[in-house]
Design a protein around this ligand. Structure first.
Ligand code: MOS
Length: 741
């Protein structure tokens, strides 16, 4: 069964997902479970002065009201996963009377039914001494600081990087632009809200909990409760979208576990949509400056990119806001800087394309703007400044197909039909614009392990503590295992989402295919070797006595090398062995390769918009992304994943914005009626394509990952199309109707 990788198989879990067979965290109802509802702070900063426990305790069905007054003191031991900020300490929940941001959990009400718990939570009176929080970073750019994590690294490259003298080169550049960009805070808003069911058995805790990183959730909850890690089990076979919000273990998981322990029964806790805007992270608002200087012929001479992101008072969240700027273009003088502002808000977190999506927006709008000043086609400007190597890292790219993406994309999109003059194309009354932007995201690879098990019936099982938030991990990993083992896809069963499976990295950073896929390859090869050793040692086997190099697997059969006889199947060998044969293996990136190459995926993103000049509405009529992301394991799922990310980019460009009340830090649009995301009518024609790209360096599978890059580049392509349609340059996201009038 070779060539399974690369086949456009439909999702093997698709039927389960659309028929209710897939079980999400909140579906794992437990016998005798109670229901917990979080009471969220209605002050943005201050102290809790009163909690009206008595009145609520008497309400129907109420079992317990837990607040800082009676909550157990928790260990909050040392633990930092790769997705926790390096600096600061996570929010300790119900441990004191302080309110640090609007919506912080201040109590939980546990009742026999959800209805009773909701009523009691709504009735709970909480008193505060409230102060005015600081939640707007825009006036605080001067107060922004170098992240402490960057200072600790010594080189400060996380915050600052430079080559040449960008400021002097800008001053003397023949053509230049120097502009500011402001991107709104966003919340992830997956379909499935955060949910945890917690059940204790003595000092052992089981959590059915929405998570992109079950082994991290296990370790974090163990640290918070002061338990041995093996006493905590996290189970999450399905994730109904996440986009980064389920990478960290947020306070509601701790609250569910506290509640279950306090009431002595399993407890189910599901966040409301409103609560999803409070304590589960957000894309930080960013404020950026990009200055670009070029010679008259369009060659870049200077590139300056300064970015500021927001973080909380208690943790320093940082993201790769300006990193792409160092290597997207060839330019002798480049300076990038990154600072953070501490605000009275919950800690932001990674949200699809974290850092890159925001930073590339500023960079790619600036490049577009410069192209008009130069009188150059925006694609030609990029071609002119295409680098030979990664000039920031001073290393070759492992592969880079950006111009190939532009060429293929331009052809498909019909870029040549574009009249370069702004406000020149019309369809009836509507102003039509076409825009482009580049996309890039690192080809990460984190260490992962996997278990492969051969069963007597000739099938194989693969287990990894990975997650699948929607991209099709179940299917793509099954393809990798089937191809490596030489088995049909339906003879391989892949399981994920349990913390007692071999550890995997977070399901984020677009590294699952590379990391988990490589580990599965390694485990499949290891289990083949183990099976071969067993066969060689088995007197009944036709390969008995052969050397390990003298046998070979072909189409799932083991035979002597050079022998044309069909050989033994996995089932034959396992049956002789008297039980399953299994092997555990790990894989990680070769550090030598990592030190020699700069590894990123690239893409070219095109958008066509129609703007109504009278009422200012903007419609994305067509969007087309072309990506060079290494080997595509499943083109159908890859395209689906990319179009999903592009929809997120449409949201970023035109709709998504979490608005805070400046008086108290309250997110005023914390619901899906006013926090807008694109629906079908907002999307129209949307396509993702892949150029052939063979990268021999990134990993054994040659894959680069697609989750994040699909969001990067869409928003600037739309903003650039809006400019082309209207002649109005908008540097604040989301672009609103008012901006068009
Ligand atoms: Mo992605 S923001 O790493 O889930």
């Amino acid at each position: 069964m070779t060539n399974v990788i690369g086949q456009p198989l439909p999702r093997i879990d698709g039927r389960a997902k659309v028929t209710g067979g897939a079980r999400y965290a909140a579906d794992f109802n437990q016998k005798g479970q109670a229901y917990a509802v979080i009471v969220s702070a209605t002050a943005g900063l201050g102290r809790i002065t009163e909690i009206g426990v008595d009145a609520v305790s008497a309400m129907p069905g109420v079992i317990s009201v837990i607040s800082h007054l009676n909550a157990p003191r928790l260990a909050y031991g040392e633990h930092k996963g790769v997705i926790d900020p390096a600096i600061g300490e996570r929010l300790h929940v119900l441990q004191d009377d302080q309110v640090r941001f609007w919506g912080q959990p201040v109590a939980i009400v546990v009742a026999d039914t959800l209805d009773h718990a909701e009523r009691a939570a709504a009735a709970l009176n909480v008193g505060y001494t409230a102060e005015r929080p600081v939640v707007d970073p825009s006036g605080l750019i001067a107060n922004a600081v170098v992240p402490e994590a960057a200072r600790k690294e010594g080189a400060r490259t996380l915050a600052d990087a430079a080559r040449g003298d960008a400021d002097a080169a800008l001053a003397s550049a023949e053509v230049k632009i120097d502009e500011s960009y402001d991107i709104a805070r966003e919340n992830h808003n997956p379909m499935e809200p955060h949910a945890t069911i917690a059940a204790w058995n003595g000092d052992r805790l089981t959590l059915w909990s929405k998570s992109q990183y079950v082994v991290n959730e296990q370790a974090e909850i163990a640290a918070i409760f002061g338990l041995p890690v093996e006493n905590v089990q996290v189970i999450c076979p399905f994730v109904g979208g996440a986009f980064g919000t389920s990478l960290r273990t947020w306070p509601h998981v701790t609250l569910a576990a506290i509640a279950a322990r306090e009431v002595g029964r399993p407890v189910k806790l599901v966040l409301t949509r409103k609560q999803m805007f409070y304590t589960t992270g957000h894309r930080p608002r960013t404020l950026q400056r990009v200055a670009l200087g070029a010679a008259k012929d369009g060659k870049f001479k200077s590139l300056i990119h300064e970015g500021v992101g927001e973080t909380s008072r208690y943790e320093e969240f940082i993201e790769a806001l300006t990193s792409v700027t160092g290597f997207l273009y060839s330019c002798p003088n480049v300076r990038t800087g990154y600072r953070i502002v501490k605000l009275d808000t919950g800690t932001p977190t990674y949200m699809r394309g974290p850092g890159e999506a925001s930073g590339v927006f500023a960079l790619e709008c600036a490049a577009d703007e410069l192209s008009y000043k130069l009188g150059l086609d925006p694609i030609e400007l990029r071609r002119l400044n295409e680098p030979e190597i990664d000039e920031a890292a001073d290393k070759p790219f492992s592969s880079r197909s950006l111009m190939k993406c532009y060429d293929a994309g331009a052809e498909r999109f019909g870029w040549s039909k574009r009249d370069p003059k702004p406000r020149s194309m019309r369809d009836g009354r509507l102003l039509i614009g076409m825009g482009v932007a580049s996309a890039s995201y690192p080809a990460f690879h984190a260490p992962s392990s996997a278990l492969a098990r051969l069963l007597p019936d000739g099938t194989a099982e693969i287990e990894v503590a990975a997650s699948d938030m929607g991209p099709g991990t179940y299917t793509s990993m099954t393809q990798v295992a089937a191809e490596t083992l030489g088995l049909p896809v339906d003879s391989v069963r892949f399981s994920l989402g349990r913390s007692d499976f071999p550890p995997a990295p977070s399901h984020g950073g677009s590294w699952t295919m590379a990391s988990v896929g490589s580990a599965i390859c390694a485990a499949c090869i290891a289990v083949q070797e183990e099976a071969a050793r067993r066969a060689i040692a088995d007197q009944r086997s036709p390969v008995f006595g052969a050397s390990i190099d003298g046998v070979v697997w072909e189409e799932g059969r083991l035979g002597r090398r050079g022998d044309t006889a069909p050989g033994q199947t996995y089932g034959d060998i396992v049956a002789s062995a008297g039980g399953p044969i299994e092997a555990n293996a790990s894989a990680s990136r070769d550090p030598d390769i990592a030190s020699r190459y700069s590894m990123h995926a690239f893409g070219a993103v095109f958008a066509e918009v129609a703007v109504d000049p009278d009422v200012g509405t903007i419609r994305v009529r067509r969007a087309l992304g072309t990506y060079g992301a290494g080997r595509i394991v499943n083109p159908r799922l890859a395209a689906s994943q990319c179009t999903g990310g592009m929809v997120g980019g449409i949201g970023m460009a035109l709709m998504e914005r979490t608005v805070l009340d400046q008086r108290d830090g309250r997110p005023v649009n914390a619901h899906m009626a006013d926090y807008l995301v694109p629906v079908n009518l907002d999307i129209a024609d949307i396509e993702a394509h892949f150029v052939d790209e063979v990268d021999p360096h990134v990993n054994a599978l040659g894959v680069k990952g697609l989750g994040e890059i699909a969001l990067v580049g869409m928003a600037p392509a739309i903003a650039n199309a809006v400019y082309h349609a209207t002649g109005i340059r908008v540097r604040t996201l989301p672009i609103r109707i008012e901006d068009m009038l």
